[in-house]
Design a protein around this ligand. Structure first.
Ligand code: FAD
Length: 187
């Protein structure tokens, strides 16, 4: 790193301003497209899918799953005919996007540097998720459920199911930690 810092500056010069295609909010792009297709617009006649519709933070590994869900939804919409296709598809796509978006945005918003209005109940949910993380490190049942939700196999509400919530709220040592200890003692 240090030798790199001492290297001479590049001799070539930049001939034009550097253009960035970083989007401030992928969600904004989605809403704009969703709104645009409902009126006469340049997007009329096109169906936007995948990352072009809504791109997720890759850290959470959700984009391909959502894109596949959208492909399936588009197939179903096409099976129902062409009339009003764009709006019908976007309604289904919005439902597919909402949960993973909420999971990812909720995680991002834990950081105070992240701009944006926190939704009502956010801090309560954040505290609950902290307990989920703690419980998941001890209890294989909570861990399994956490991964099912994170991998979009179950809705986020599955983390609040009474059987899971009880384990989360009263997470004790009777879980993975205890069974690991037992396994260590047995060897
Ligand atoms: C680093 C990283 C890690 C990721 N990890 C995961 C993960 O673990 N799990 C997960 O589910 N998702 C992950 N994703 C997200 C996932 O890759 C995307 O959500 C998914 O690929 C979106 O599919 P898509 O078809 O919409 O777009 P893309 O896969 O980007 O396909 C778009 C295609 O269009 C082509 N194209 C672009 N412009 C033109 C043009 N003008 N003419 C012709 N072709 C063009 C591109 O070359 C590309 O092949 C990750 C993304 C990144 C960046």
């Amino acid at each position: 790193m240090r030798s790199r810092a001492r290297s001479p500056p590049p001799t070539s010069s930049v001939s034009s301003p550097i253009a960035s295609r970083r989007r401030r909010s992928a969600r904004t792009a989605f809403l704009r497209v969703a709104g645009a297709t409902t009126s006469a617009s340049p997007t009329a006649g096109y169906v936007v899918v995948g990352d072009a519709l809504c791109s997720f933070n890759p850290v959470y590994g959700q984009g391909m799953t959502v894109a596949l869900g959208e492909a399936k939804a588009l197939d179903e919409c096409l099976g129902e005919g062409l009339a009003d296709l764009g709006r019908r598809f976007l309604t289904r796509a919005a439902a597919l996007i909402d949960v993973p978006w909420t999971i990812a945005a909720g995680e991002d918003m834990r950081y105070p540097e992240v701009e944006g209005r926190r939704p009502p109940g956010f801090s309560l949910m954040r505290r609950y998720m902290e307990r989920v993380h703690r419980a998941a490190s001890r209890d294989p049942i909570v861990l399994k459920r956490f991964f099912e939700v994170a991998n979009l196999l179950r809705p986020a509400s599955a983390l609040m199911a009474p059987s899971i919530a009880l384990r989360v709220l009263f997470a004790g040592r009777d879980g993975l930690e205890a069974s690991t200890e037992r396994a260590c003692q047995a060897t």
